[in-house]
Design a protein around this ligand. Structure first.
Ligand code: B12
Ligand code: SF4
Length: 430
């Protein structure tokens, strides 16, 4: 089978720019589409191509006509969902390919894609389930595949939930990093001039923060990758000195994280790493962080989210402000760069903006990353705040737009937000 995987373009829209001319908030990120490379890895006998529209700005129709795919697979975050529908319409115009969508939005809100432009929706980890779908399409022996919903426009979707296990990671086959070799020079963190490669050492997260869309990817399970598979992937990315572990919750299984650090050292791998970790794990496992620093950990991304316990509690973070402060202390002591994620509620007052600004300065967060509280469809927060949402167009669900009413005058809200981002980035020490 000929399978074309498509990474949608950078397509999020920006309210501060459109309404108030504040153009400093929207950022363009580029990174390899690891999901598509991983899926391709488990399709060895097929002819696969990845088209990255975040890099190629045109030529999609030409690619379809030239490659003549039997299947076109899209990945999509929420802000890319509308764009994927439009791209799937283009596929329908020139080809009879089976169209499939997977990724964070399909997993959290599959019903959104229950439209005639799409044929199948993959919910959660797809490396194994998609391979099963390709087989049924190739042989014509249709069967029910758990984790895959055939679209039924006009009727509610019906599918068998998948009980995700380690076998869904299909660790015995590597991601096809080679399929993006022509794009690789673009996958860098331009502001720091860093070339970065993506590797997964775990999937999913057992927590259930109300704003987060990760749980549906694994049905709330935390699955660790085999150590040999992680080493293989790091070593394959020979030209990239920095590895971003893409796990939503790295080192969530400390025993696995120790084994991985020891294995990296034993293999003589000299690279730098960036990982997303929880602050309570840092407090419980400072020695683990020290160990990772020894083998190359350069920076950790931590979701501090809010600076007081009431708001943290409301987000169901199962963590508290004291633990966050303790983790910051430990990380400073170890000498790890802290990239701190903070969530600004549209409900923020001037005073709350001031307090957050002071916190970031006082705690010496090296690179603060501020997003705006966004009820992503499919999350508990969405169910809670659905009736208050004023902007339903998913193009704005980039986490840098207020889709709920702001308490402050909207323009002032965005000015304060832009100033916060500017201060954080101008003093960034990464
Ligand atoms: C790497 C990454 C990026 C990279 C690369 C993504 C890409 N496609 O090019 C870059 C840097 C480009 C990026 C950009 C953005 N990102 Co991002 N990103 C991630 C990150 C850290 C890892 C994703 C990943 O590679 N996982 C590893 C792979 C193997 O797992 P996976 O993606 O889940 O894929 C599996 C399944 O989902 C499924 N699957 C996925 N796609 C497909 C497709 C098909 C056909 C099938 C069958 C199955 C399938 O099978 C895969 C294998 O099992 C996640 C957080 C996280 N830890 O998940 C955020 C995350 C996905 N990003 C997020 C956001 C918000 C953004 C931005 C909007 C940020 C911004 N403000 O600009 C932008 C998008 C900009 C735009 N389009 O306009 C949010 C998405 C929330 C949401 N529901 O929309 C996340 C979840 C982080 C968060 N804060 O919550 N991102
Ligand atoms: S925000 Fe982090 S800790 Fe909370 S559910 Fe999502 S990945 Fe897990």
């Amino acid at each position: 089978m000929r399978i074309l995987f498509v990474n949608p373009p950078n397509c999020g829209r920006s309210i501060p720019e459109e309404r108030y001319g504040i153009d400093s908030i929207k950022q363009i990120f580029r990174g390899e589409p690891l999901a598509l490379e991983a899926l391709a890895g488990n399709l060895a006998k097929h002819d696969i191509s990845i088209f990255d529209l975040k890099i190629e700005t045109s030529g999609f129709l030409e690619k379809l006509q030239e490659f003549k795919p039997d299947i076109v697979g899209f990945t999509a975050m929420t802000c890319e969902a509308n764009t994927v529908i439009k791209l799937a319409q283009q596929v329908r115009q020139v080809s009879s390919a089976h169209t499939v969508v997977g990724g964070t939005h399909a997993s959290a809100d599959p019903e959104f894609f229950n439209r005639e432009e799409i044929d199948s929706i993959v919910i959660g980890l797809g490396k194994q389930s998609f391979a099963e779908l390709v087989e049924t399409l190739e042989t014509g022996h249709h069967k029910d595949i758990s984790g895959i919903a055939p679209v039924t426009p006009g009727k509610q979707l019906c599918w068998t939930p998948r009980q995700y296990t380690q076998s869904d990671l299909v660790n015995n086959v590597a991601p096809r990093y080679d399929l993006v070799k022509n794009y690789r020079c673009h996958y860098s963190l331009e502001s720091l001039g860093l070339k970065m490669g993506l590797v997964a050492s775990a999937a999913g997260c057992p927590y259930n923060c109300s704003f987060c869309c990760i749980a549906p990817l694994t049905g709330g399970r935390y699955l660790t990758a085999e150590i040999e598979a992680v080493l293989r992937d790091i070593q394959t990315l020979q030209e990239t000195p920095v590895i971003r572990l893409v796990d939503a919750n790295s080192f969530g299984n400390p025993k696995h994280a120790w084994q991985l650090a020891n294995a990296i050292e034993a293999a003589g791998i000299k690279k730098q790493y960036l990982a997303d970790v929880r602050s309570d794990m840092v407090v419980r496992q400072p020695e683990l962080l020290k160990r990772w620093k020894e083998i190359g950990l350069r920076a950790v991304v931590i979701g501090f989210e809010e600076i007081d316990d009431t708001t943290l509690g409301a987000l169901n973070k199962e963590n508290n402000a004291a633990t966050n402060r303790k983790a910051i202390e430990i990380l400073h002591r170890i000498g790890l760069t802290i990239v701190g994620d903070f969530i600004i509620s549209p409900d923020y007052t001037e005073e709350q903006f001031d307090q957050l600004e002071q916190f970031v300065r006082k705690q010496e967060i090296d690179l603060p990353m501020h997003t705006i509280l966004t009820p992503l469809p499919g999350t508990p927060l969405y169910r809670e705040l659905q009736s208050q949402i004023t902007i339903h167009d998913l193009d704005y669900y980039t986490l840098i737009n207020a889709v709920l009413p702001t308490r402050l005058d909207e323009e002032i809200f965005y000015q304060r937000y832009a100033a916060l981002l500017h201060e954080g980035h101008s003093q960034a020490k990464v």
